[in-house]
Design a protein around this ligand. Structure first.
Ligand code: ADP
Ligand code: MG
Length: 330
C-alpha cells in the first residue's frame, strides 16, 4: 500500500484484474497500487500487454465482464469507493470526476452529430453554458487542438483518424474532470501535431489544476508531461518515483533496460541495446519476479517469491530483490 496524502484524487490499492477466457486466464493486473495527487500528472509506462489499459478501464469500471474479473482491490476516486457505486452513480462519475481518452477515437464519437455540437453539448452539461456560449467555446476548443473552428459543422466521418482523435481530446478537456486518463492519446497523430496537442493538454491541465494519468510506451512523452512515473511490467508497478528520480537515478533493471534501448542523440553508431527476451505471456506468469527470466542480475531468490517494494526516498521505490543486498548497484 502506498503512503497517504491529503490531496489524493485517486488511490488504487491491491488491484488485481484477470481475463478468464476459453484459452486460459490472463493475469492482466496484479496487486497494483497507485496514487494520483491533485494537479499532478502520473505517467504509466510499459510495453504492449503490460496492463496499462486494463488499469485505466478499472478506474472507470469499464473492464468488459466477461471476460474481465476484478479479483481484488479498492479504488477511491475523488473520495468515492467506486466498486460500491451503482451503475447510475458511475455514469455521473464518468465525465465529472474522471474521463478517459481512448487509444481508438472511433468508438468515442457520435456519428450522427456534428463535432461542434458534441463538444458544445459536453460544455452545456459540465459547465452549464447556454447554447450560444457553448458553441463559441466549442470552436475555441477546436482551435486549441489545431482544427479550424469552421469545421465545427462537420460530422466525424469527414475527419481523418488523427483529426478525430483531436476532437476526442477536445471533448475530454471540455469536461474539465478532476482526473483525466489519457490512454496513448497521441499515438495515432503525426509528430508535429502530437507535440502541439500535448503542449495544449499540459497547459489546459495546469490552468484547471486537473490531475492526469498519461499512459504511453514513449519515454519522451513521459519526460514532457509527467511529474511522477510508474513503470509497469506484467501487470505490476516495478518502479515508481518522481520523474527526476526515475530518469536520473534509475533503480529497476527493467527501467534501466528501457532507457538503454533508446537511440542516443549523440551516438552516431545508434547502438540500441534492446532487453533480450520478451515480456511473459500474462497467461503464463512465472513464479517470483516476472522480469527475472530477462534480468542479468537475477538470482535464485528472484525466481521464487514476489519482490518487495524497496524505497529509496519518500516515494521512489523499485520492486526488486537485489536491493535486499545493501551492496547492490545498477
Ligand atoms: N478483453 C480481453 N479479453 C482477454 N484478454 C484481454 C482483454 N483485454 C486485455 N487482455 C489481455 O490482458 C493483458 C493486458 O492488456 P492491456 O491492459 O490491454 O495492456 P496494455 O494496455 O498495456 O497494452 C494482455 O495480455 C491482453 O491480451
Ligand atoms: Mg493499451
Amino acid at each position: 500500500m502506498d503512503k497517504h496524502y491529503d490531496d489524493e484524487v485517486l488511490r488504487v490499492e491491491d488491484l488485481t484484474v484477470y481475463y478468464e477466457t476459453a484459452e486460459g486466464t490472463a493475469k492482466a493486473v496484479n496487486n497494483l497500487d497507485l496514487v494520483v495527487r491533485k494537479g499532478k500528472t502520473v505517467g504509466l509506462v510499459g510495453e504492449t500487454g503490460s496492463g496499462k489499459t486494463t488499469t485505466a478501464l478499472s478506474i472507470l469500471r469499464l473492464v468488459p465482464d466477461p471476460p474481465g474479473v476484478i479479483k481484488s482491490g479498492k479504488i477511491i476516486l475523488d473520495g468515492m469507493d467506486i466498486f460500491t457505486l451503482t451503475e447510475g452513480e458511475m455514469d455521473m462519475v464518468r465525465g465529472y470526476h474522471a474521463s478517459m481518452i481512448f487509444q481508438d477515437p472511433m468508438t468515442a464519437l457520435n456519428p450522427l452529430m456534428t463535432v461542434g455540437d458534441q463538444i458544445a453539448e459536453t460544455l452545456r452539461i459540465h459547465e452549464g453554458l447556454n447554447k450560444a456560449d457553448s458553441i463559441a467555446k466549442a470552436q475555441e476548443m477546436l482551435k486549441v487542438v489545431g482544427i479550424p473552428p469552421e469545421r465545427a459543422k462537420e460530422y466525424p466521418h469527414q475527419f481523418s483518424g488523427g483529426m478525430k482523435q483531436r476532437v476526442v481530446i477536445a471533448i475530454a478537456l471540455a469536461c474539465q474532470p478532476k482526473l483525466m486518463i489519457a490512454d496513448e492519446p497521441t499515438t495515432a497523430l503525426d509528430v508535429t501535431i502530437q507535440a502541439q496537442v500535448l503542449r495544449e493538454m499540459k497547459q489546459l491541465k495546469e490552468k484547471s489544476d486537473m490531475s492526469m494519468i498519461m499512459i504511453t510506451h514513449d519515454l519522451g512523452i513521459i519526460a514532457q508531461m509527467c511529474d511522477e512515473v510508474a513503470v509497469i511490467y506484467a501487470g505490476r508497478i516495478i518502479e515508481y518515483g518522481e520523474l527526476r528520480e526515475v530518469f536520473k537515478d534509475t533503480k529497476h533493471p527493467y527501467t534501466q533496460g528501457l532507457f538503454d534501448s533508446l537511440p542516443k542523440i549523440n551516438d552516431t553508431r545508434e547502438m540500441l541495446q534492446p532487453i533480450p527476451g520478451l515480456m511473459p505471456d500474462p497467461m503464463e506468469l512465472p513464479e517470483g519476479c516476472a522480469f527475472a527470466p530477462r534480468c542479468k542480475y537475477a538470482t535464485e531468490k528472484c525466481k521464487q517469491g514476489l519482490p518487495p517494494k524497496h524505497y529509496f526516498g519518500d516515494t521512489h521505490y523499485a520492486a526488486c530483490w537485489r536491493y535486499e543486498d545493501p551492496e547492490f548497484r545498477l
